[in-house]
Design a protein around this ligand. Structure first.
Ligand SMILES: [Fe+2]
Length: 147
């Protein structure tokens, strides 16, 4: 059974962003699986993948918001940066041998749900315009960050 199901209440109406959020949800499910199996090597692997993917996703959002002229883009970036450093503390504790998986999963799930429903939903109208008009910019950015 999955730890977390992505559901339509988490959609901000932008396919590219929704797909990325779904990937993060899937990462948490993979992490849950590895944790249930008590497979520490797999936990490490999934955890690094999750942190890396989350940073890349944030970077995509930040560049999109800047390009769209979203008035709160710098505070949105700040919120991301604070969360990344929080996640990095989990990584450090994990590397020291501490079992942080359940706590990280629970915090990330709560944080992401709130962030998507408030902060991300707020920028959606701005981002949509750019994604519809600047298709080649969007493709270039997606290829650069996610390939
Ligand atoms: Fe965001």
């Amino acid at each position: 059974m999955s730890y977390w199901f992505w559901d339509p209440s988490l959609s901000i109406g932008i396919e590219e962003i929704d797909n990325q959020h779904q990937r993060i949800v899937n990462y948490l499910n993979e992490l849950d699986e590895a944790n249930t199996l008590r497979d520490r090597e797999k936990v490490s692997h999934v955890l690094m993948g999750l942190l890396d993917y989350t940073r890349t996703h944030f970077s995509f959002e930040e560049q999109l918001l800047e390009k769209s002229g979203y008035p709160l883009s710098s505070s949105h970036r700040q919120v991301h940066e604070t969360f990344v450093s929080h996640m990095n503390n989990f990584r450090i504790r994990h590397e020291k041998g501490e079992d942080i998986t359940r706590q990280l999963m629970s915090e990330l799930r709560i944080w992401l749900t709130n962030h998507i429903k408030k902060d991300d939903a707020d920028y959606a109208p701005y981002a949509k315009k750019i994604l519809n008009v600047e298709k080649s910019w969007t493709k270039k950015m997606l290829d650069k960050l996610f390939s």
